[in-house]
Design a protein around this ligand. Sequence first.
Ligand code: AMP
Length: 425
Amino acid sequence: MGKFKYSLPRGTHDIYPGADGWEHDSIRWNVLEEIWRDVCRIYGYHEIRTPMFESTDLFKRSIGDGTDIVNKEMYTFEDLGGRSLTLRPEGTAGVLRAYLDTSLYARGGVTKLYYINEHFRYERPAAGRYRQHVQFGVEALGTDDPAIDAEVIQMMLAFYRRAGVTRFTIKVNSVGSTESRAAYVAALKEFVAPYLSEFSEEGKARFEGNPLRMLDTKNERELAILANAPKLTEYLLDDERSHFDAVCGYLADAGLSYEVDPYLVRGFDYYTKTAFEVQSPDLGAQNALGGGGRYNKLVEDLGGPPTPGIGFGMGVERVLIALQQLGVDMPLPPGPTAFVVTLGDSAKKAGIKLLSDLRAAGIAAEIEYGGRSMKAQMRSANDSKAKYALILGEDEVAAGTVQVKNMVDSTQEAVAIGEIVGRLS
Ligand code: AMP
């Protein structure tokens, strides 16, 4: 319940300046967005913005009918025209739909796109798990070159490092192809069948509906049984194995320490070959910072020409939670250059004029409205982290000067009002 009449929908949050929880602080969000856009510039990715909702069929077709997202977590509604629409639960499907719709695919070559997306999933809210969350992500379309698999993984890490995340684990796996997976799934089912009665209801349902997802369990009993299960990597076809070896080679060349996790499977059916996840020990139960993988059949499944692709998504809230846990703050933007403080009516008029002259010259400048005492205004100047307080009283107006107080070393001098903009530029 909110304090007033309406409350926030369950599992959502407001992002506003100076929130105590860093994942709710818009100032830190803005810094992360800047870092993200800069990383994308350095790696040569351009932004794509797609609608927040798409036709329900697009997600069913791409994410897969047997997945938790499609079965239990989608915000699906009928619009007034009777169409079934869904708030996007992930980023890849919409980007690929747009890649085809806008004919980006027809430009040929490799298309490298990034996004900043709100995603919606009807999950049970918990620390680090929301019903609306934001992901920074990329999709690189048009090549199966294993070097680009390593590029996107490095790009993710470049972002985490720049943001200040110092502790993480990189897990990589190959989930093969439809063909190799079919052989593996048969072997996995054969292995699990004698133990099936010991599995949870959810485990049993996965055995029937989406056997690979059995590997993603957190149930201790199931994990103990599965520890001896066959591994997907043993079933890879030659091309898949050499692709995976090449990816691992590039990662090693880049000096990255990564773990091969043969049981890493992700919550989407569309992955082929490379799958990866970055985990943080500072996140508690929801320990995934971000993840992604290759999807070489997806463009074709959506009606396009055969086009290999790879991408990832990183949860932004979780980066901020991890940073707060680590106690590592990113460099926050500075306060304004100037804070204008006035006493009396004529000083206020002169102060407002000075304020607009400063701003017109591109100098960040603030004032406190509401006519509070000079002491209160000086406190606000201090709280704003301004470099200089520009103080105007009746005497200064009469003399055509301003008291310029350096807020760092507390020195103060009188400067002619006409010279202020030049001094602070
Ligand atoms: P996924 O699209 O499931 O691969 O998720 C990619 C990343 O998005 C995860 O590693 C998380 O960091 C983040 N994420 C996924 N689901 C949620 C959620 N419900 N709330 C907050 N972050 C999420």
